[in-house]
Design a binder for this molecule. Structure first.
Ligand SMILES: [Ca+2]
Ligand SMILES: [Ca+2]
Length: 170
């Protein structure tokens, strides 16, 4: 397995209805400079993909701080994260929306630990799946200053999941 240990600490906000029983996937991202048609630009490179945050406990309850453990290759500076809500089934679930306060990632390599904090402060979920919350982001990208961009998925009246609004570009 990997030579680097990762701990993700996820804080669910302490407000009514903040908890969820849906699944949460976390990806760790490094920003890299690439040359495209002679022009330098920055691009996200996913270094640890779709880490399914799950324990035997009931995770992501209101006000909870949950910790998750993984191993992988050394990343160095973790510039961004990608956080995704993955619904357990396609139906309307009143309490499914999740308000996440922040994600902290601790990377330990060769006996040295570094922490990276990503403030989120956003309601996440599937639009239409939790009628008590009207503005839900399904995927968010965040850096040390907060959410960079988001993508939404929408549960239609005939219970299909389709792509919704996004401000992430392509
Ligand atoms: Ca839960
Ligand atoms: Ca909830």
């Amino acid at each position: 397995m990997g030579e680097c240990k990762f701990i993700a600490e996820v804080k669910t906000a302490n407000v009514g209805g903040a908890g969820t029983d849906d699944d949460v996937h976390l990806s760790l991202i490094k920003r890299v400079k690439v040359v495209n048609n002679g022009k330098e630009e920055w691009k996200d490179e996913i270094r640890l993909a779709d880490w399914n945050l799950d324990t035997d406990h009931d995770d992501f309850e209101t006000g909870a701080l949950n910790k998750f453990y993984a191993e992988g290759d050394y990343i160095g500076e973790i510039d961004r994260i990608r956080l995704e809500i993955v619904p357990n089934g396609n139906q309307v679930v009143h309490a499914s929306a999740w308000k996440v306060e922040y994600v902290k990632v601790i990377q330990t390599y060769a006996g040295e630990s570094r922490s990276f904090i990503f403030p989120i402060n956003t309601w996440m979920g599937i639009q239409g799946r939790d009628p008590s919350q009207g503005d839900l982001k399904t995927i968010v990208f965040a850096d040390k200053d907060g959410v960079v961009c988001y993508r939404k998925k929408v549960l239609t009246d005939d219970l299909n999941l389709i792509d919704g609004e996004s401000n992430c570009g392509n």
